[in-house]
Design a protein around this ligand. Structure first.
Ligand code: SF4
Length: 507
């Protein structure tokens, strides 16, 4: 069994993922996502930039990391020669070597199943190994590991890997490195506290090894944020569906799931059966009530007005003869908004027209912002509907960046109507997620680009910048237009539904 730093990084994010990487059926994996490949490319560019900015002249093993047996051998040879810096290298230790410095798991009884630990190799692929003065098995020098990541913050999984690299290096050079370094997005360096980090890392690796040795498949738990970029999402979602897993119910967080399990509630059926009073004892009135409503909406496949929403006395969602539906495509990595899309709906003349303000190069962001401002100024009374806080945040960001007069910015912000806010205040939908796509699909609205998503749009834009292939811009435009149309569909549906419910309430 090969335990790489990559597997451990995934273990920190989701232990099930590491399990599936080792024991899962590769045919159940989703195809590689363009967005992940893009992130990988950006990480490599970032690494080259850091190396250039620091004027490093690293040596590199001839064998690639895919040929890890040869690569690890050549990496050690470079260390023995005492080269200043190594890039693209890898290190390995076997399980016996690992145990020699890890007494905390040395008492594992190697049963038949655990015997596979004896054949385990642990590998580390630090971005760089940098020579330092000191003493090691190699002579009057030693190395420290450096990890270059695109993240902005030293996340716990980065720290885990930095400590893991330090430990493997310590075994090979017979000297604990003086430090382990992380270089992040803005080229800022972080030193890992190895005194603490090594202990925490050893505990995590021990847990991971025990899970793998005993072949304990961790339970599925679908979390949109964590699972959306995972290659096992399709498979895990299927498993969750077939077991009626509670993580498919909006509002059930891992913490709430734990509480529910303590009440003997393990799946959707048992959540239906448990009394609200029992739920309230653990989760409180608000959450218990909301969960009961959510489960009831899903079971009956019918939307429900949220019980705490006052249908009669609250102002309805704004409506107007002219309405604008707004959606943005953005490249978070470059902090650029490249498409400001607006669907203009004229309810009197029953027409609608999509207007796209597209930056064909990154330098055009200011230009499209001004075009957008000029356009919305033509319809000063039109409310601007959108879904999520991103549009308001972007208007604030762009106004600041391009010196838009304060009053103009305030005027636009005052016209925004966030339908996500309205949804979460008014209706419980029979859906697994309150994303725009999930709600619109439930209403029968489907995007023309079936492969489209915010992440995919970023990939298309990235490719457009390289290839100048207009077909890519058209894909982005079509996707964004449908986002605007889906927002309109949601608004119309919400307005009608709440009005009908209000009338029924008054009867
Ligand atoms: S889809 Fe989610 S639960 Fe399944 S392995 Fe990936 S991150 Fe874990």
């Amino acid at each position: 069994m090969l335990i790489s730093d990559h597997l451990l990084l995934n273990y920190k994010r989701c232990s099930r993922r590491t399990f599936l990487e080792i024991f899962g059926n590769p045919q159940e994996r989703d195809p590689a996502k363009d967005f992940l490949l893009k992130l990988k490319r950006e990480n490599q560019t970032h690494m080259r930039n850091v190396i250039a900015a620091r004027s490093l002249k690293p040596d590199q093993p001839q064998a690639s990391r895919h040929d890890w047996q040869l690569n690890t051998k050549q990496t050690v040879e470079l260390m023995q020669q005492g080269v200043d810096c190594i890039v693209g290298g890898a290190l390995k230790v076997n399980y016996a070597q690992w145990l020699s410095v890890r007494p905390d798991v040395s008492n594992l009884q190697l049963t038949n199943k655990q015997a596979l630990l004896a054949k385990t190799t642990l590998t580390a692929a630090p971005s760089l190994l940098i020579k330092q003065s000191g003493t090691s098995i190699f002579g009057n020098w030693e190395y420290i590991p450096v990890n270059i990541k695109l993240g902005r913050k030293p996340k716990p999984e980065y720290k885990l890997i930095a400590a893991f690299h330090a430990q493997i290096l310590a075994i090979i050079q017979e000297k604990i490195p003086k430090r382990s370094q992380l270089i992040l997005k803005e080229h800022n360096s972080h030193e890992i506290d190895l005194a603490y980090g090594l202990i925490k890392m050893r505990e995590t690796v021990a847990e991971c090894l025990i899970m793998l040795a005993e072949q304990n498949e961790p339970e599925v738990f679908i979390s949109r944020q964590r699972c959306s970029l995972c290659n096992w999402y399709g498979y895990c979602h299927q498993v969750a569906k077939s077991t009626e897993h509670l993580s498919l119910i909006p509002g059930i967080t891992p913490k709430r799931y734990e509480y529910l399990q303590s009440l003997g509630v393990n799946n959707i059926q048992s959540l239906v059966k448990i009394s609200q009073t029992r739920l309230e004892e653990t989760l409180g009135y608000e959450t218990a009530h909301q969960l009961k409503q959510q489960i009831s909406a899903i079971k009956s496949d019918r939307p429900l007005v949220r019980s705490n929403f006052d249908l009669v006395n609250i102002q309805p969602i704004p409506s107007s003869a002219i309405e604008l539906y707004f959606d943005i495509e953005a490249e978070p990595e470059r902090q650029t908004d490249y498409l400001l899309g607006v669907l203009l709906v004229d309810r009197v003349n029953k027409t609608e027209q999509f207007h796209a303000f597209m930056a064909e190069s990154l330098a055009e962001e200011g230009k499209i912002w001004q075009e957008f401002l000029d356009f919305v100024a033509l319809y000063p009374d039109a409310p601007i509907f959108h879904y999520s806080e991103y549009e308001a945040d972007t208007i604030k960001r762009l106004a600041k960046l391009y010196d838009t007069p304060r009053d103009q910015k305030k005027e636009i912000l005052s016209r925004l109507v966030d339908l996500h806010f309205w949804v979460t205040k008014t209706v419980i939908f029979p859906v697994e997620s309150y994303s725009l796509k999930s709600l619109a699909n439930w209403m029968g609205f489907y995007w023309r680009e079936t492969t489209g998503s915010g992440d995919q749009s970023v990939c298309w834009y990235d490719q457009w910048l390289i290839t100048q292939d207009r077909a890519l811009l058209n894909l982005i435009l079509s996707y964004n237009e449908d986002d605007c149309r889906a927002t309109r569909c949601l608004k119309d549906w919400l307005l009608n539904f709440l009005e009908e419910q209000r009338k029924q309430n008054l009867e």
